[in-house]
Write a protein that binds this ligand. Structure first.
Ligand SMILES: Cc1cc2nc3c(=O)[nH]c(=O)nc-3n(C[C@H](O)[C@H](O)[C@H](O)COP(=O)(O)O)c2cc1C
Length: 168
């Protein structure tokens, strides 16, 4: 099977990471996949913040879920997607960018998982400047990325009955 299709069909969410930081070249490719994702009217209303500073990562966890817990499974890299406030395609553009990044990470042999804790929390939004979120942008999704600890989960068995094909 074509490599890209094989990759699309085998990606899984990963929630176990080693402590080792990903390489700069890997991060760069993941971010390239993000900024080249399709987006409504090509407005590119987004910003991508890659947090790799262990102290800041723990501080963010503490702010979001409290001490001693991690909403992104202690991954060494967390990429925060933020969108300019008021953009009409906020959710759609976020999903396209995150999907591209998950697929890029998988193609590089890395693990990733979409972590949904910051978005929609407007009180939190005002406290994210110190984590590299530009003013006037709202975090709409985050992606934990790292080397997989253990094995990639086996292929998912999708729900049945979710496809209809209408042919003449
Ligand atoms: C919009 C969205 C939000 C998600 N939020 C979380 C989350 O907060 N924490 C988490 O562990 N996984 C999260 N996931 C991952 C899903 O649980 C996962 O994609 C789903 O169970 C299917 O498994 P798979 O990705 O391995 O195919 C999220 C996925 C999406 C698309």
């Amino acid at each position: 099977m074509n490599n890209i299709l094989q990759s699309l069909l085998s990606r899984r969410s990963v929630r176990n990471f080693t402590d080792r930081q990903i390489q700069d070249e890997e991060l760069d490719l993941i971010l390239q996949a993000a900024i080249l994702a399709p987006n409504g009217r090509n407005q590119e209303p987004w910003h991508f913040t890659a947090l790799q500073d262990a102290k800041k990562l723990r501080k963010l966890d503490e702010l979001v879920v409290g001490k001693g817990a991690s909403f992104f499974y202690y991954a060494p890299t967390l990429i925060l997607v933020s969108i300019q406030e008021g953009n009409a395609y906020e959710k759609e553009d976020t999903a396209c960018a995150l999907t591209n990044m998950m697929q890029a990470a998988h193609a590089l042999g890395l693990g990733s998982v979409w972590c949904n804790r910051i978005n929609g929390n407007h009180e939190l939004d005002t406290k994210l400047g110190e984590f590299g979120i530009p003013q006037g942008y709202r975090v709409t999704g985050t992606l934990a990325v790292g080397y997989i600890k253990g094995e990639l989960p086996p292929g998912r068995i999708p729900k049945e009955g979710t496809i209809t094909i209408v042919r003449s």
